[in-house]
Design a protein around this ligand. Sequence first.
Ligand code: ATP
Ligand code: MG
Length: 413
Amino acid sequence: MAKQLYLIKEGEISLKGLNRAFFEKRLKNNIKDKLRPYHSSAERQKGRLFLHVDEDCPAQQIERALSTTFGIVGWARAIMCEKDPEVIRKQAAALIQGSGERNWKTFKVAAKREDKSFPVHSYDLACMIAEVIHEIRPELTVDLRNPDLVFHIEIRNQAFMYTDSGRGPGGLPAGTAGRGLLLLSGGIDSPVAGFEMAKRGLKLDCLYFHAYPYTSDEALEKVKTLASKIAPYLNGTRLFVVPFTQGQLNIRQKAMEDATTLMFRASMMKLASQVVSTEGMQCIVTGEALSQVASQTLAAMSFTDSMADYLVLRPLVGFDKEEIISVARHIDTYETSILPYEDCCVIFSPKHPVTNPDKAVMKEHYESLGMQEFIDGALKETKIYSYNARGEETGVWSFASHLDRNRAEEEEN
Ligand code: ATP
Ligand code: MG
């Protein structure tokens, strides 16, 4: 079957030395995952990745895949032909004719001759293509500064031509930096935090504390939607939904009112640490930003940190709300995040939360609440939803059965 061709420009990967092959392999696999069920293959040539995809794969799916895969800074839909001036002319004409009715008024040709043995020099090549364009669209004028259409031609082992290109999200391929657990609430911040850490190559699963009936089924649906929306950037993810109502009620009953939020956050860290441990992950990620709310002061975050058994990453710590919202809009989570279903922190919030907690006092207070029993109980009832790299939900199962399966696999090995 004929293939569609895309040229891909890698970002930071191209700066890697000996371990570049590791990053590149992951990038290729991440792209392939998104193009399924269609077949694709990628090869590297002089600083570019050449991606070949089955002809019947919709261009929209390919372009969405390339725009959401970390490790890619840019892509172009290209055609490839023999390095023969006559063939090039014909193919260039076909490319312009096949572009349909675009609102172009001006154009420029960007010609590059990687293969110096090709007899036509870049400038002459550009003039030749400009002539072809003029024959088909005589109304277009040349504008070298700000053209509507840029026609690229590159002479390598073959001739490559493209007009349509787009940007990738940059960063490093998800899965090259280890694995972490994102605490995903229904708010604006945490999906953005997941996006930012996936950009640095973390493979993330998500965990949501659900306090039904204090938080509604709609609140859970909202978090599931957010997980599916960030899944393409994460190259697929799982969402652990932890029913934590009993734990929350225990905190409300036994904790000092001012400290309820901190006690909840401490339990979140303890429970998340347990999941990180059983799943063989290395860190916890949250959407906290310094001083955004009472539980995000230095003292409060230092206390919650001390309750986690793993590294806690807070990629938004230095972001202000406007910056966070702008990323949320870019990754299309904002409109979902602002839907009005309250998350459990809001309902269980004290009127005057502690902002400058004493770590030792708070730790002792936490120990007095007997939370482990509630954490164990909640984990038994935890459900796992999975999402593929295209953001589609692919299944749901219980954490308990998942652990049983893990154990059985371990015994087998
Ligand atoms: P967000 O907009 O992400 O909800 P926030 O500004 O509302 O953040 P908090 O509610 O204090 O702040 O939560 C801080 C972080 O704790 C969140 O970014 C998220 O990582 C985590 N978190 C809060 N509530 C939950 C929850 N119900 N389930 C999972 N994680 C949560
Ligand atoms: Mg919140």
